[in-house]
Write a protein that binds this ligand. Sequence first.
Ligand SMILES: [Zn+2]
Length: 309
Amino acid sequence: MTSRPAAVWSPRYACDIGAHVFPTAKYAATLQALVASGDLPEAPAALEPPPATRELLAAAHDADYLDDLEALRWTPRTQYSELPLTREIVDAFALGASGTTEAARRALQRGAAAHLGGGLHHAYAGHAEGFCYLNDLAVAARVLLREGLVRRIAVVDLDVHQGNGTAHIFRDEPAVFTLSLHQENNYPNPKESGDLDVGLADGTGDEAYLAALLPALERVWTFAPELVLYQAGADPYADDQLGGLALSFAGLEARDRAVIEGCARRGIPVAATLGGGYARRLEDTVRIHATTSRIALAVARHGARGALA
Ligand SMILES: [Zn+2]
């Protein structure tokens, strides 16, 4: 049996959310960038995740909240999404939860995988928040643990915003270690307590950022995860409209290599998800996401313990 591609994507991620700072066009644009550079094949049918089922989503979400989403009901559980509530949007994010789960499965097979979607870390078990209806990271972690494919998972969340939903969902789960390295003076307020939270100052910049990241990753390695789910938000970028950590393209690439190649050197499968990204120029967000994905795909090509420069 030939192995599946080490990437996951669907054209249905590009849903219509109206005039919004969140560019859903970035998903297809990231795929196009990877096809143009020869990192992914022209025909992306094999990238499509399986359909999302209610059972899949229920791995991390409450029944009454899923009822509201299915009925498209505007309730205290759904109304803080900061997104419209339409069938197309709910279906897109449900498929994204299946996508991260599928990327995690492919990472176990290939050593690393890139989900050109997902990373919706503000969704709680029972309510929406911050452009996030469904927490794909939590769904994927719960499903793989339930199936016994892995016993310990680390969520490495490097979006500029704290991964509050993920931290809350796993607050009493010893099998999941949640790291969030984020801008302290930014949404969400208040923050949740994860296993390790590193709040950074406004305008931190590349050097101080990487100096904070490396010891945080040491804590992840000490946890000895059998899988890392990486939320590689593009919004720590200097020209992001919703972030203020002032990282350069080179700083973000060094961040991605520290996580993805750090996992590979230790034989830990890693699935990367895109997370946030609100650069003034869409092509900047896409460039950051494509770089993250390319690093994961390179690890998959060379094997988890392959030679890394
Ligand atoms: Zn963010």
